[in-house]
Structures are given as C-alpha cells and as structure tokens.
Ligand binder design. Structure first.
Ligand code: HEC
Length: 155
C-alpha cells in the first residue's frame, strides 16, 4: 500500500515535470517588449544566425521577383529552393527551444511556401502566378515581424 502511494506520488511529480518542459517548449524564451511585440531572448550568436537567415530570405525574395520579371524560371526555381525546407539549417536544440511554437510554425510555413513557388515555376512557367505566390508568402514575413523581435541577452 505504502509502495503504491509512493509510485503515484512519483507519477504526479514526473507529470508535472513533463508538463513544465512541454510548456517551456511551447512558449519559448519570450518577454513582453515595450513596443507591443514579444521579445524572443537569444544569445548574440543565435540572434546573428537568425538575422543572417532573414537577410537571405530578403535577398531571395528580391531574386525571385527579378527573375520572374524576366521570365527566367530556372533562376526562380533555384532561388526559391534556396529559401525552402531543403535549405533549413540545422538548428541547435537549445535555440529551437527558445522560439515560441507559433513562430516556428510560421517559419516552416514560409519555407514550404518557397518550395511551392519552386514547384509552380517548374510546372506553370507563369510569372504573374509567381509574383502572386511570393506576395502571399511575404504575408508571413509581415505577420511574424509584427509579433516578434529578437533581443540579445547579456550573458
Ligand atoms: C517566423 C518569424 C519570421 C518570419 C516568417 C520572417 N521573419 Fe524576418 N525577422 C523576424 C524577427 C523576429 C526579426 C528581428 C526583428 C527585430 O528584432 O526587430 C526579423 C528580422 C528580419 C530582417 C532584418 C535582418 C537584420 O540583419 O537586421 C530582415 C531583412 C527580414 N527579417 C526579412 C524577412 C523576410 C524577407 C521574410 C519573409 C520572406 C521574413 N523576414 C520572415 C522574424 C521573422
């Protein structure tokens, strides 16, 4: 009987730990920011790595527009793929846990949309369609920037 109580206590403690870890994984390492957004707290290297990824996205978005305006679909395909799932860098677990779950979802969805642009460029070769798909993908850029900022923690 005593042993049974002890194991229940252990189960409860373990469940609490799992719930806390799950919660931390979902919310990420965020603080309210005084500009109304959520500040994602990162180390200097983590912030630099993510900002570099952002600049690549901007560059590739411009590259897609420029290539689509010249009906250069091969360049559209290559450039869109360079922003797609295949180009997702190995994100260290420690950084992954700091990002809120909605942010990760929006990031992956953006990569999938770039893959969609590459596939459509291959299948339809229609520059108006590419411009419209890129415009839809870029709603994700706008949405995420409205919600989050990256702040370097002092450590
Ligand atoms: C999942 C969220 C998310 C998505 C999606 C996203 N960004 Fe960002 N981006 C951020 C955050 C957060 C910052 C940092 C903003 C800050 O701290 O004020 C940022 C910063 C940037 C910067 C500044 C880089 C620097 O060196 O300072 C650029 C450029 C940028 N993003 C471009 C883009 C483009 C283009 C897209 C879409 C193709 C995009 N981002 C999509 C979250 C996102």
């Amino acid at each position: 009987m005593k042993n049974c109580k002890l194991s229940w206590a252990l189960v409860v403690v373990l469940l609490i730990i799992v719930a806390l870890l799950g919660y931390k994984f979902t919310v990420g390492n965020v603080r309210p920011s005084d500009d109304g957004r959520q500040a994602v707290m990162l180390s200097k290297d983590e912030r630099n790595a993510l900002l570099l990824e952002m600049r690549v996205w901007l560059q590739n978005s411009q590259g897609i527009l420029s290539a689509a305006s010249k009906n250069d679909f091969e360049t559209v395909i290559q450039t869109a793929k360079a922003s797609g799932m295949g180009a997702e860098a190995e994100v260290p677990g420690a950084l992954f846990r700091k990002l809120p779950v909605e942010m990760k979802a929006l990031g992956f969805d953006t990569r999938r949309k770039f893959d969609g642009i590459a596939a459509d460029a291959e299948n339809f070769k229609d520059s108006n369609h590419i411009v419209s798909k890129l415009s839809i993908a870029m709603n994700n850029c706008v949405a995420c920037h409205a919600m989050y900022r990256f702040v370097e923690t002092i450590q």
